[in-house]
Design a protein around this ligand. Structure first.
Ligand code: CO8
Length: 257
C-alpha cells in the first residue's frame, strides 16, 4: 500500500509508522489519519508484526489537527465528515502500540500519543492541549484520557491555559513512561518494542485489553474480566511452552498459539 503522509517499515517483528508531513509539523489532516488507521489495522492483522511503533520526527510528533482544514469548515460540515469514526478505530487495535515522541506533541498529537500504550519521550518534547487558544476544545480524548492520566487538577490547568508541559513534567505525572535524550528516543522506543515483541503474543494482547478495561470498569467487574483472560491463556500452547521451558531451564519459543 502506498501512502502520502506516513511512511512504513518493519524492524524484526516491530512495525514502524512514521508521520510524514514535516513542513507543517505533522499536522493531522483527514488523509493522514485515514492512512494511519488503515496501516494500524493492516499491521494488527499481519502475523509477522507483534508490536507497532508510531513516531514523528525530532521537531514534531504532531502539532495537532490540521488547522487549515478546519478553519473554513462549518460545524455541520465538520460533523458530517464524521472523522472521529476513523479515529476511534485506533482503540480497537489489539497489538501494543508504542509511541516515540519528540518536539511538539499538541492537540490531536497529544491525543494520538495518549492512544499509545507505552510512550518514550525525547527530553525536547512539549506536550499539551492548546485548543482553547483557538476558541475550541479537544475532541479526540483530550479532556477524558488526559484527566485519567494526570488527574483532574493538572488536566484542568493544561486544558484551561493551553500551555504545554515539558517531557520531564509529563513523566512526573505518569503521562509518558520514560524521558531520554533526543538522540536516543527512537532507539529506546524500538528497544522496548522489541522486548515486548518477544513475549507470548496472546498474553500481550489479553493483558493490553485487560489493562484498558481498568480505565472503564468498576474494580470487581475488572477483576472478573481479568480472570476470564487468565483462564483463556491457560488454554494456549504458549502457556505450555512457557511453563515447560521454565522447568527445563531453557528459553521459551513462543508461537502465538
Ligand atoms: N495545523 C496546520 N498547520 C500547522 C499546525 C497545525 N496544527 N501547526 C503548525 N503548522 C504549520 C504552520 O502554519 C507553519 O506553516 P508555514 O511554514 O506554511 O507558515 C509550519 O507548520 C511551522 O509552524 P510555525 O511557523 O508556527 O512554527 P513555530 O515553531 O513558530 O511554532 C507551534 C510551532 C507552537 C507548534 C505553532 O505552529 C502552533 O501553535 N501550532 C498550532 C498548535 C495547535 O493549536 N494545535 C491544536 C490544533 S486543534 C486540534 O488538534 C483539535 C484536535 C481534534 C481531534 C483531531 C483528530 C485528528
Amino acid at each position: 500500500m502506498s501512502y502520502e503522509f506516513i511512511t512504513v517499515s518493519i524492524d524484526e517483528t516491530v512495525g514502524l509508522i512514521t508521520l510524514n508531513r514535516p513542513k507543517i509539523l505533522n499536522a493531522l489532516n483527514l488523509q493522514l489519519v485515514d492512512e494511519l488507521v488503515a496501516e494500524l489495522e493492516r499491521m494488527d492483522r499481519d502475523p509477522a508484526i507483534r508490536v507497532i511503533l508510531i513516531t514523528g520526527n525530532e521537531q514534531a510528533f504532531a502539532a495537532g489537527a490540521d488547522i487549515n482544514e478546519m478553519a473554513e469548515a462549518s460545524a455541520i460540515e465538520i460533523m458530517k465528515r464524521n472523522q472521529f469514526a476513523v479515529w476511534d478505530r485506533m482503540s480497537l487495535i489489539s497489538k501494543p502500540i508504542i509511541g516515540a515522541v519528540s518536539g511538539f506533541v499538541l492537540g490531536g498529537g497529544c491525543e494520538l500519543m495518549m492512544n499509545c500504550d507505552i510512550v518514550i519521550a525525547s527530553e525536547t518534547a512539549q506536550i499539551g492541549q492548546p485548543e482553547i487558544k483557538l476558541g475550541v476544545m479537544p475532541g479526540a480524548g483530550g479532556t477524558q484520557r488526559l484527566t485519567r492520566a494526570v488527574g483532574l487538577r493538572k488536566a484542568m490547568e493544561m486544558l484551561l491555559t493551553g500551555d504545554p508541559i515539558s517531557a520531564r513534567e509529563a513523566w512526573q505525572y505518569g503521562l509518558v513512561n520514560r524521558v531520554v535524550p533526543v538522540e536516543a528516543y527512537l532507539q529506546e522506543a524500538l528497544k522496548l518494542a522489541k522486548k515486548v515483541a518477544k513475549q507470548p503474543p496472546l498474553a500481550v494482547q489479553v493483558i493490553k485489553k485487560s489493562v484498558h478495561k481498568a480505565e472503564d470498569l468498576p474494580l470487581q467487574e475488572g477483576m472478573d474480566y481479568e480472570r476470564s483472560g487468565f483462564y483463556l491463556l491457560l488454554a494456549s500452547e504458549d502457556r505450555k511452552e512457557g511453563m515447560q521451558a521454565f522447568l527445563e531451564k531453557r528459553k521459551p519459543r513462543f508461537t502465538g498459539n
